[in-house]
Structure formats: C-alpha cells, structure tokens
Ligand binder design. Structure first.
Ligand code: CAP
Ligand code: MG
Length: 425
C-alpha cells in the first residue's frame, strides 16, 4: 500500500538540516522490539505518524521526523538487565512547530511517546534548539544581569531566603522574618512554593507589609533589597497578582513554573515585559519528570524550556550538596549561560538543605554568578533568623575575599555558631 509507515521514520544516513530541532532520547525497547523499530515508532508518533499505514496525497505537507542516529548503551543500561538500551537522535522539521508555543512543541517531543508500548522507558535527555525555534520565544528579559543591576553584588552571589515553617506564619510575622533576614545581609525574601493566597496570610496584605519592611531594611542597611512573592495561581488571577506587584513597587515575581504550566509562564512573561518585572522560577514537581534516569524529561531540557519561555532565575540544584537529589547542576548551569542566538542567560539558583558551611564547596562547583537560597539554613540558626542571615552573608563574603570560613568565623560569631551547629559538609 502507498503511504507512510513506521519504516519511513528511520534513516541512519539522514543528515539533519540546520533548521531542524534535534532531540536525544534514551530508550529501552519493549520485549520483542528491536531498537530500530522502537526508534522509528518514536519519530513517527512524535511527528505525523500513527500505528496504521497512512495514505498521503494532495493537501499534505510532509512534517515527518527522522530517527537518524542510534547508539547502543550496552549491558546494564536497561532497567531489566537487558542489553538493548540505546540513545537515539531524532530530527524534527522546523515547520512542524508553531512558533512561540511551548505547549505545542512538548505535545510533539514529550507527548504520546512517553506512554508508547513500543518502549519500556523513554527519556528526553537533550535538545539542540535551532535558531528559528529558539528565537520564536521571548527568552529572559534580564537574566543574570539582575545580580549586578538590581543588587550591585559584584563578585558575590546574591542571597535569598524562604521563611520557615513553609506555611502558617501570619502576614505580620512573615514580614518581620523578612526584615530580620534582609537586615542580616540577605538580598531577597522568597515565598515558599505552597504559600500563595491563604486565609492565614493573604497575598495582597503580605505584599504590602513585606515591602514596607523591605523599605525599612534598605534604609537601615543602605543596600538594595527585593521580594520574590509567589504569584502562582490557577486562572487570570495570576496576572492580577503580577499587576499588584508592579503597582506596589517590587522588582520581581516568583512563579512555580512546572505546576503552573508553560503556557501560563509565557503569559506571565509577556505581562512582566510590559511592567519591567523579573521572573524567579521555582520548579516544584520537576522530579516527577526527571528523577528516574530512564524515563521522563531531563532537568536539562526543563531548564532549556525555562530559558526559552523567559524566566530570569531558575532553581537548578546544589551540585550534590544539601537535601535534594539533583541532576548535573554544573552542566545545566553551563547551558543556561551558553550563547543562544543572542537570548539572555538565566541566573541559576542553588537551594535545598543549604547552610553557611556548604558555601565554599557549592561556589567551587557553581561559580559566583548564582543565587544561593537557604530556608532552614538561616531560620534554623540557634540564634534566630537575623544571625542566620549574617552567617550566610559572612560565608559568601569570605568566598569573595578568598578567605577560609574558619578565618572569617573569627570575626563573625554568627558564622562560628552556624559552623558549630551544622559543620561544613
Ligand atoms: C528550600 C526550599 C526549596 C527547595 C527547592 C524547600 O528550603 O524552600 O523549595 O530547595 O528545591 O521548600 O525545600 P531549605 P530545588 O533551604 O530549608 O532546604 O531548588 O531543588 O528545586
Ligand atoms: Mg520551598
């Protein structure tokens, strides 16, 4: 029968065009399925094919993807102990994609294929974004320039803190904790991911009261300070919150980008451009996609998507330190800084179980063009939030001054106490 079948989606001599989006997948074919057949099915289902042979003819533009490279990963790579796990590359023609629509792209490259019976597991590992697709997105409005332009931070990372307990603090207490942290040396107060607009701490009250404390802290310290308030919401309410943030004179909004969805992030990005606000991206739920190494979507790809849709700061992990499992923080951070057709970079945020004693190892791994975020590592300080903030600031100042924590601790009792409490590992 004439028409397209699975076999039409595999050509190991195919040479992708510069304008193609090339995706690397790690696959483990299902029992009884060879790697070539699985690869062609992945290319087919993620572009224009399906299980049945399809007639084509007039009124049809060939938007076929092509699996063009297969590298066997060898024994042990297969979760079942088999030997047929492979890394495959698939090229997608630019015309398959609607410019500037991340949901449409993901419906192709991370859509039905994630549940295909032809593979036991499939992971989207990496994407090579062509210029046409990449520049159809806004990219970050500011990127890592916020570190210098908002805070004048020179050689040190900027510092953020999230009040703990995560939720339940009254508005007044939340704002007070902000004041204690800001005046201790932290640059940014940040909401926790599950704090939005609850009765115990309503959004607008929190915005106004926290910014009043911010202003007081700026006066007291002579340093610029800002607030990452969580505008994440289920509807247009999110845009209303963004508008409130601009009206009250704050520089940033925080969005939980995975739970809220990429289309919503794109919408917020558009409004933030009108208002001149930067976007801090928290990534709760990323591990549902990236935790199991055989399956899902890698954090590397989630970070690429975040940059394209235009966040300015993004959580990318702690290079193996702290409390949470991380995927390749250093490699992901490097990608966020690479040239991408003139799109701005993204400031990586290290967070999750950090405390002052971890700062030297962290910054050795990540460099100083980052944001360091600590919750428990500030508010759990034996002498409270203010001393905790002083300790974290002393630790990053020591790094910028090329001094050891031990020598800095001689002049910073707050740092001494933090090290005595939590050590340096
Ligand atoms: C950190 C944190 C952050 C996570 C996010 C928390 O608190 O506020 O949400 O670090 O993880 O709720 O756990 P602590 P990631 O400083 O007290 O650990 O950056 O990996 O997305
Ligand atoms: Mg949190």
């Amino acid at each position: 029968m004439a028409g397209i079948t699975y076999e039409d989606f595999l050509d190991l001599s195919f040479d992708p065009a510069d304008s193609d989006l090339v995706c690397t997948f790690r696959i483990v074919p299902a029992d009884g399925m060879d790697v070539e057949s699985a690869a062609s099915r992945v290319a087919s289902e993620s572009s224009n094919g399906t299980w049945a042979a399809l007639p084509t003819g007039e009124g049809f533009t060939d938007m076929r993807a092509m699996a063009f490279d297969i590298e066997a990963l060898g024994g042990g790579a297969d979760a079942d102990g088999g030997t047929d796990a492979a890394e495959i590359k698939v090229a997608y023609p630019e015309g398959l994609f609607e410019p500037g629509s991340m949901p449409q792209i993901l419906s192709c490259i991370a859509g039905n294929i994630m549940g295909m019976k032809a593979v036991d597991t499939i992971r989207l590992v990496d994407c090579e974004w062509p210029e046409g697709v990449a520049t159809s997105f806004a990219g970050p409005q500011f990127g890592s320039s916020v570190r210098q332009e908002v805070f004048g931070a020179d050689d040190r990372p900027i510092l953020a803190t999230v009040p703990k307990p995560k939720v339940g603090l009254s508005t007044e207490r939340h704002a007070e904790v902000g004041y204690e942290a800001w005046t201790g040396g932290v640059d940014l107060l940040k909401d926790d991911e599950n704090l939005t607009d609850q009765e115990f701490n309503p959004f607008h009250d929190r915005l106004v009261e926290s910014l009043a404390e911010r202003d007081a802290a700026e006066d007291e310290t002579g340093e610029p300070k800002s607030y990452l308030i969580n505008v994440t919401a289920g509807t247009n309410e999110m845009l209303e919150r963004v508008d409130q943030v601009a009206a009250e004179g704050c520089e940033y909004v925080m969005v939980d980008v995975i739970t809220t969805g990429w289309a919503a992030v794109q919408t917020v990005r558009e409004r933030c451009e009108e208002l001149g606000l930067a976007i801090h991206a928290h990534r709760a739920m990323h591990a549902a996609f990236d935790r199991l190494p055989q399956h899902g979507v890698s954090m590397r790809v989630l970070a690429q998507i975040s940059r394209l849709v235009g966040v300015d700061q993004l959580h990318t992990g702690t290079a193996g330190l702290g409390k949470l499992a991380n995927e390749d923080t250093v490699g992901i951070n490097a990608w966020l800084r690479e040239d991408l057709y003139g799109l701005n970079d993204v400031l990586p945020v290290a967070s999750g179980g950090l405390h002052p004693g971890l700062v030297p190892d962290l910054l050795d791994a990540t460099g100083t063009n980052v944001c360091v975020q600590a919750g428990g590592g500030i508010h759990g300080h034996p002498d409270g939030t203010h001393e905790g903030a002083k300790a974290l600031r002393a630790a990053v100042d020591a790094y910028a001054e090329d001094r050891s924590l031990a020598s800095k601790a001689e002049e910073s009792p707050a740092l001494r106490t933090a090290i005595d409490e939590w050590g340096t590992e």
